[in-house]
Design a binder for this molecule. Structure first.
Ligand code: IVH
Length: 683
């Protein structure tokens, strides 16, 4: 193999690895800019050596392949990618290329749109109704995430046609789903508190949230959406991108307010530098600006290449990176005893923010990045929020750098640390370690836990340090008189906190499990367990490891951790104490699939004797059935009372199942499980 071929093979391997980490695991190992650089290098080499381009090269596709858990949907029109321009000259080059292709010397007009760093999605509207939505996936085929997209409030579920305008039968709207910086920070705080891994940047957080199999979790994430296009512009009467955005706006979509019409390329450049200037002040992350030829007629003439349209380009901002010195590494003890190394940096300004610390996640990360104390390091604000070390500048080493040693003992309780086999995380195994205890208590009352108002991080630190609360049950024994004696508490705030504690005693299994901080059981896992055990702690306590493993989403580590946790005599004692303090679990509703009438669609016609129409509907819905008002093939049971009318005739024509009132009453009684599980239970 020639040297060039070797280099290309190596680049492909690297890019494939990082693309997998980024697109599929949402857990990148390198900075986006580093990835872009590798990709550009490969593109350039392939351009010089077209004979070395293989069909499996990462340049031949856009993004990653869809995950197996979601249904795949093929886009009717491929969702293309964009070529990049990194500076003003490259923007001018873009116009020159356009003019050459169009054989014109005339200047062109453009739409310049902020390039949000989120997830490209497609929304399919049939007759104005959102029928399904998907991710971009590899550009040809994406993942069907309709239920998740429907949780985003800025996505209209039904389109209202503006006066004198029509909505095509089928309209495929494209845009960017994203998470605001505020939403991102709050989400990571919650995850940290739950002992879950944090998202590296808002893009990954948005992707992770949209790829949730449980859309209830997605619904709790503050996702948002800006529309920027449709799949086929020949379908509508707009003549330009500017008109299209106006049309989408009228249909009810959010259009980014920083979108600008530019009469020529110099205005494009101007808007680019304006966006670069105000970038840090925006409530969401943008990584550049998308420039589109405004006229649809010209767009049609320009057409597309394999990966990207000729009529658009992404003008990318330079990454906010800087170099500084790694002065020291501190080791923090987390709620589950995990030891997290934190880099102490010589303070440096990165894109307007002074950075003096960066997380190193775990000891594996230190080795992977090959860091040494005293190294000059390249750092960046990932997604412009959490500072991270990209890599050491190895060329700058002068021999004074020292290895980073992991401590052998816990920095707080001095207990010997352990690094379990096959794990990346060093831990303090002493569950009485004060650092762990305090973090657990903070987590217990936090939003991700029991969500007790008035007992935030500061209050819990104070109560722990004052030795008023040392264990979870102590929280429920707290009295107003304990609090008012402390600094910063008044009668009113103390009363409010106690009321919130008392109110929190009636809880759900999901909330309690999440609050207890069981290793590997975060909010998501807690939700799965709640659903599987229908909200009953007794049932969960009776489970063995094999049974837990049957739950989709619960892996061996989690199953073992749950069993170990509930076998611990101290845990048993704690649960009993909580019970004595009046903690009760409201049994959650059954999941729709387990309901006796799951999949049944009832239609009622005529008047019923024994119950009102409304009551009949409630009884059907209680058991998981649906109620239709119009007759159609979707109806599975037609319930006929006195004087049924024309619906009965139609039902017969369609061959639907027909029940009289007595049959319906019998069906209800035979499937009455609404009284089986007690409403409130603890053990
Ligand atoms: S147009 C054919 N417009 O950038 C045109 N894309 O590589 C393709 N993006 O992840 C997309 N803001 O989701 C377009 N105003 C905008 C955009 C935008 C962000 C993203 C897009 C995709 C990537 C394109």
């Amino acid at each position: 193999m020639s040297d060039i071929a070797k280099k290309i093979a190596e680049l492909k391997k690297q890019i494939n690895l990082h693309a997998h980490r980024y697109y599929e695991l949402d857990d990148p190992l390198i900075a986006d800019s580093e990835y872009d650089r590798l990709f550009q290098e490969l593109l350039q080499l392939e351009e010089l050596h077209p004979d070395l381009v293989t069909p499996d090269s990462p340049t031949q596709r856009v993004g990653g392949k869809p995950l197996a858990e979601f249904n795949s949907v093929r886009h009717t029109h491929p969702m293309l990618s964009l070529e990049n321009a990194f500076n003003e000259t490259e923007l001018h080059d873009f116009e020159v290329r356009l003019q050459r292709f169009l054989k014109t010397k005339q200047s062109l007009s453009y739409m310049a749109e902020p390039k949000l760093d989120g997830l490209a999605v497609e929304l399919v509207y049939e007759k104005g109704l959102l029928s399904f939505g998907s991710t971009r996936g590899d550009g040809q085929t994406g993942e069907e995430i309709t239920r998740n997209l429907k949780t985003i409030r800025s996505i209209p579920l039904r389109l209202e046609a503006p006066p004198n305008m029509q909505i095509p039968e089928l309209l495929e709207v494209r845009g960017e789903a994203y998470l605001s910086l505020e939403g991102f920070t709050a989400l990571n705080e919650q995850r940290l508190a739950a002992g879950e891994t944090i998202f590296a940047n808002p893009r990954n957080a948005a992707a992770g949230s949209l790829r949730q199999l449980d859309s209830r979790i997605t619904a709790q994430r503050p996702l948002d959406f800006f529309a920027y296009g449709i799949s086929d512009t020949t379908q509508i009467s707009c003549n330009s991108q500017e008109e299209l955005l106006d049309y989408l706006d009228k249909l009810g979509f959010s259009i980014n307010p920083l979108t600008k019409f530019c009469g020529d390329i110099s205005q494009v450049v101007e808007h680019f530098s304006h966006l670069q200037d105000i970038r840090q002040t925006l409530p969401y992350d943008i990584d550049g600006m998308v420039v589109k030829v405004n006229s649809f007629e010209l767009q049609q003439r320009l057409g597309s290449k394999a990966r990207s349209p000729r009529w658009a380009i992404a003008a990318k901002f330079a990454a906010t990176q800087a170099t500084t010195i790694l002065q020291d590494v501190e080791f923090q003890v987390g709620r589950t005893g995990a030891i997290t190394p934190v880099a102490i940096l010589e303070p440096v300004n990165v894109g307007g923010v002074v950075v003096s610390r960066a997380t190193l996640h775990n000891s594996g990360e230190i080795n992977r990045k090959g860091l040494m104390l005293g190294d000059q390091v390249l750092i960046q604000r990932a997604g412009d929020v959490i500072p991270e070390i990209v890599k050491p500048v190895v060329e700058q080493r002068d021999g004074s750098q020292k290895d980073i040693l992991m401590p052998e003992n816990c920095p707080i309780c001095q207990h010997r640390l352990i690094l379990p086999e096959n794990e990346a995380i060093t831990r303090c195994p002493n569950s009485h370690c004060p650092a762990q205890r305090m973090r657990l208590l903070i987590h217990f009352t936090s939003r991700a836990g029991m969500d007790i108002d008035g007992l935030g991080k500061k209050a819990m630190e104070q109560l722990f340090n004052e030795k008023i609360i040392q264990d979870i049950p102590d929280i429920y024994g707290l009295k107003v008189t304990d609090l008012v004696l402390l600094d910063g508490w008044a009668e009113k705030s103390a009363r409010n906190a106690i009321d919130a504690i008392l109110a929190s005693r009636e809880t759900t299994l999901a909330r309690l499990l999440s609050a207890l901080g069981i290793r590997y059981v975060g909010e998501e896992g807690a939700g799965l367990l709640d659903e599987h055990y229908s909200g009953s702690l007794e049932n969960l306590l009776r489970a063995n490891e094999e049974e837990l493993l049957e739950i989709e989403g619960i892996g061996p580590q989690t199953a073992k951790s749950i069993i170990d946790y509930f076998q611990d005599p101290e845990v048993v004692k704690m649960l009993l104490q909580l019970k004595n303090f009046g903690l009760t679990i409201a049994s959650s509703k059954k999941s729709p699939e387990q309901s006796p009438f799951a999949g049944f669609v009832f239609l009622f016609t005529g008047s019923l004797d024994g119950m009102s129409r409304d009551e009949a509907k409630v009884r059907a819905k209680e058991r998981g059935g649906k109620v239709a008002s119009q007759i159609s093939q979707k109806v599975t049971h037609v319930v006929v009372g006195e004087k049924p009318g024309s619906k009965l005739k139609k039902a017969r024509e369609l061959g639907l199942k027909i029940l009289n009132e007595k049959d319906f009453a019998e069906l209800l009684t035979a499937n009455d499980d609404t009284k089986k599980s007690p409403q409130l239970s603890m053990f």
